[in-house]
Design a protein around this ligand. Structure first.
Ligand code: HEC
Length: 99
């Protein structure tokens, strides 16, 4: 029984450090502004709004500017504990045109 509890604990803590999914993070952070183009935010899945930014900076450059903030875009976009990998996944999700 004790062994099982230890194994469960190890398993739970390793999950806590894994990248969280876009489905989990997006509704809690970026959606507030990017779903409606608030304050000039490029709208999620609006390729015309995103493409010039992707062309100018690349996805990695956009990860950097999401972390530092840009004008009305707050640093880290309300996801203070997001990792670089999580920002990248969120941005790739928003950049992708609606199908
Ligand atoms: C409080 C509103 C707000 C939230 C929340 C927000 N953004 Fe933004 N975001 C903006 C605005 C406004 C801009 C446009 C800034 C500009 O170009 O002046 C922007 C622009 C961006 C850009 C383009 C930056 C560039 O260099 O062109 C990226 C990437 C981005 N946001 C990612 C995110 C991510 C990822 C999240 C969620 C973790 C997020 N944003 C949450 C308002 C927000």
């Amino acid at each position: 029984m004790k062994k099982f509890a230890v194994a469960a604990l190890v398993l739970a803590s390793s999950f806590a450090y894994a990248d969280r999914s876009v489905e989990e993070l997006y509704p809690k952070s970026c959606t507030m502004c990017h779903a409606q183009a608030v304050a000039g935010a490029p709208k999620t899945h609006d390729a015309a709004a995103w493409q010039p930014r992707v062309d100018a900076k690349g996805i990695d450059g956009l990860v950097q500017s999401a972390k530092t903030g840009l004008n009305a875009m707050p640093p880290k976009g309300m996801c203070n504990d997001c990792t670089d990998g999580e920002f990248k996944a969120l941005i790739e999700f928003m950049v992708k045109p609606a199908s």
